[in-house]
Design a protein around this ligand. Structure first.
Ligand code: UDP
Ligand code: MG
Length: 332
């Protein structure tokens, strides 16, 4: 249902819905239907920014269809697949609302929760995030690894608290969004950045559904990498671990050295030595490789950030027809 805007300018506030989608042709139409139904009773104007993150299936065509039937739909076509975090950022860059809502296209985030998110925003909160009370359709292993990740992050994340069991499904007020969009790092974990900007945050619980169609694009290797980003992006804790492990091994080696000297002085030494030497060498070698690895993780990130490339490239942006204003260039 199109909004009552069009020609007569409504003075209702604009809320942007940002939907990153990669190969979601199967669910997108159903998603749009549910989204529109959820938005219908709300006294706001909406723009729905679909981000096509380099889909190889008919996702873009489905988006075109939706845009043909609903003047509130905008399409942001990226030049290739940039990954969800960047696609999300691209969509938020193009959001013009007084608030933006980020939601997955696969119907795992229920659009029916949007009124509640908006309600909390009107009550004065800047970031209203949806917290999963349950995760149906996810394997025990995935649930366990997710729990492990959040526990680890809570331990080493320092002042930045990434709330457990939240996805990217959330509402962001304009001022929080402007702050967020200033963060242009390439290694980005959106939920970490949302937590970093602060402002008044509020959680809203919901039950996470199983994916409706298609499949999750995350495998365990990617989840592992995601966790690495989360850790190295928000804390230099591991660098300190390396320091402390180094200091304690050095100390132990020193004590052991004294022990050997004393032992030799008192009892003498038949050329034993070989096993202990090997053990010490192997342990130290392992520790050195490990610490070099940790340093490398950070160094690699510095390397990537210093290249200063844009986060993404836009193939084409088609603004919502309801708002089409030739004098008004879209932000890039
Ligand atoms: N997505 C994207 N680019 C990608 C991978 C995913 O835009 O490279 C979108 C995807 O279409 C969906 C959302 O991000 O709307 C969440 O993806 P997915 O369901 O694979 O992640 P999960 O729900 O398992 O966290
Ligand atoms: Mg999903």
């Amino acid at each position: 249902m199109p909004p009552a805007s069009g020609e007569e300018t409504s003075n209702r506030e604009l809320v942007s819905i940002v939907v990153p989608a990669h190969d979601e042709a199967e669910v997108l139409a159903r998603f749009h239907e549910r989204l529109v139904a959820a938005l219908a009773p709300l006294p706001f104007d909406f723009e729905i920014v679909y981000v096509d993150d380099g889909s190889r299936d008919a996702t873009l065509a489905v988006m075109e269809d939706l845009r043909g039937g609903d003047p509130r739909v905008a399409i942001l076509e990226l030049s290739r697949n940039f990954g969800k975090e960047v696609a999300l950022t691209a969509g938020l860059d193009h959001a013009r609302g007084a608030a933006a809502i980020v939601i997955d296209a696969d119907l795992q985030d229920p659009p029916e929760l949007i009124p509640e998110l908006i309600g909390e925003w009107r009550a004065g909160h800047d970031i209203v995030y949806a917290k999963r009370l349950s995760r149906s359709g996810e394997s025990l292993l995935k649930k366990a690894t997710a729990r492990g990740f959040y526990a680890l992050m809570a331990r080493i994340g320092g002042r930045v608290r990434i709330p457990a069991d939240t996805g990217d499904f959330r509402l962001i007020s304009r001022r929080a969004l402007d702050a967020l969009l200033d963060l242009r790092e390439h290694h980005r974990i959106m939920k970490g950045l949302f937590a970093w900007v602060g402002f008044r945050q509020k959680e809203v619980g919901y039950h996470r559904e199983a994916r409706r169609a298609g499949r999750s694009k995350w495998n365990y290797w990617q989840l592992w990498n995601f966790s690495l980003e989360g850790i190295t992006g928000f804390t230099i804790g591991p660098l300190k671990i390396a320091t402390y492990v180094g200091i304690s091994t050095a100390f132990l080696a020193f004590v052991y050295g004294i022990y050997i000297v004393v032992e030799t002085l008192i009892w003498g030494n038949e050329v034993a030595g070989y096993p202990s030497l090997m053990v010490v060498m192997l342990i130290l070698g392992g520790l050195q490789l490990m610490t070099i690895g940790i340093v490398g993780e950070y160094l690699g990130r510095i390397f990537n950030e210093t290249k200063g490339r844009p986060l993404y490239l836009v193939a084409e942006y088609r603004p919502p027809e309801a708002e089409a204003d030739p004098g008004n260039e879209a932000p890039v």
